[in-house]
Design a protein around this ligand. Structure first.
Ligand code: GUN
Length: 289
């Protein structure tokens, strides 16, 4: 079987194409969507993610401010910055890059972000809206996965979606999204580190979403013929003396067995950034209307 590559880069270009008119409309009303990205400490992966996010905003003519805080910053100082950003009319979206240093209570920080500027969709109000089927700001990675599936005509209706990983950032929200009648209408199984006999479930998947954060974990023995595979992993590994990025799927092993597959890189990653832009544009629109 030919395995079709579901390019997140191509899908993100289609999304940006559709955003241009919405951005132009906002600008004609005197509104430039603005993001505030907060980076605490010097985590090298976080540095790259945040730089890629702010660069994308700039390339689209949007406002993006980066706030860098030292790894030893007091929690109260970070909370004060968030309060200032909540009250800043030029900022429509606030993103605090995770993970935060251990001395900071991440939950307290995420809860301090105004739910109307929570473009990551991590605030309990937005998570609650999603769980009752009334999504407002949906976390960017799961929202990006839904866009890729739609863009490449992978229909979820009545299909069995199996998710591996139950994080608040990817696994749990994608399990809810794909089950919603109006969005996916799929039958969903959410597997995690406590799942006994993972292969029993993963082999049933019409669409398998690997979001467990374990390099090349899913190989051919985990899937059925013709499955669609969504690889959410971004793992840095050393191979043959070189450092490279691999996903949670062993792409070589499943090629020829899966019907389609998101690559790593240029798969889910570019969609996460694209959806951050979409959520920030949406936030500016909601404020205007
Ligand atoms: N760390 C890993 N993924 C994300 C994300 O989508 N948003 C934020 N803020 N931090 C992350």
């Amino acid at each position: 079987m030919d395995t079709k590559i579901l390019s997140g880069l191509d899908a993100s270009k289609a999304l940006f194409g559709g955003l241009v008119a919405r951005i132009d409309h906002l600008k004609s009303k005197g509104v430039t969507p603005g993001l505030a990205a907060v980076l605490v400490g010097e985590n090298p992966a976080s540095e790259i993610y945040v730089r890629n996010k702010t660069k994308k905003f700039e390339s689209l003519g949007l406002k993006s401010d980066l706030f860098r805080l030292s790894k030893d910053v007091e929690e109260t100082e970070l909370l004060k910055l968030i309060e200032d950003l909540n009250n800043n009319n030029e900022i429509h979206g606030i993103l605090v890059q995770l993970p935060l240093p251990k001395h900071i209570d991440s939950e307290k920080v995420l809860n301090a972000i105004s739910p109307t500027k929570d473009v990551d969709g991590f605030h309990p109000e937005n998570a609650g809206l999603l769980s009752i089927g009334k999504p407002r700001f949906v976390p960017c990675t799961p929202k990006g996965i839904m866009f890729i599936l739609k863009h490449f005509n992978v229909d979820l209706n009545g299909k069995h979606v199996v998710v591996i990983g139950r994080s608040n950032i990817v696994g749990r929200p994608i399990s809810i999204l794909s089950s919603l009648k109006t969005l996916g209408n799929a039958t969903v199984t959410l597997c995690h580190s406590g799942t006994k006999d993972l292969k029993y479930f993963s082999k049933q998947a019409d669409v398998l979403i690997a979001a467990l954060g374990s390099p090349e974990f899913v190989d051919a023995s985990y899937i059925k013929d013709g499955a669609c595979l969504i690889d959410v992993g971004i793992n840095r590994i050393e191979k043959d003396g070189k450092s490279r990025i691999v996903g949670d799927v062993n792409q070589e092993s499943v090629t020829g067995i899966a019907s389609s597959l998101t690559p790593v890189p240029k798969g889910v990653g570019p969609m996460t950034i694209a959806m951050l832009v979409e959520n920030t544009v949406l936030s500016a629109e909601l404020l205007l209307n």
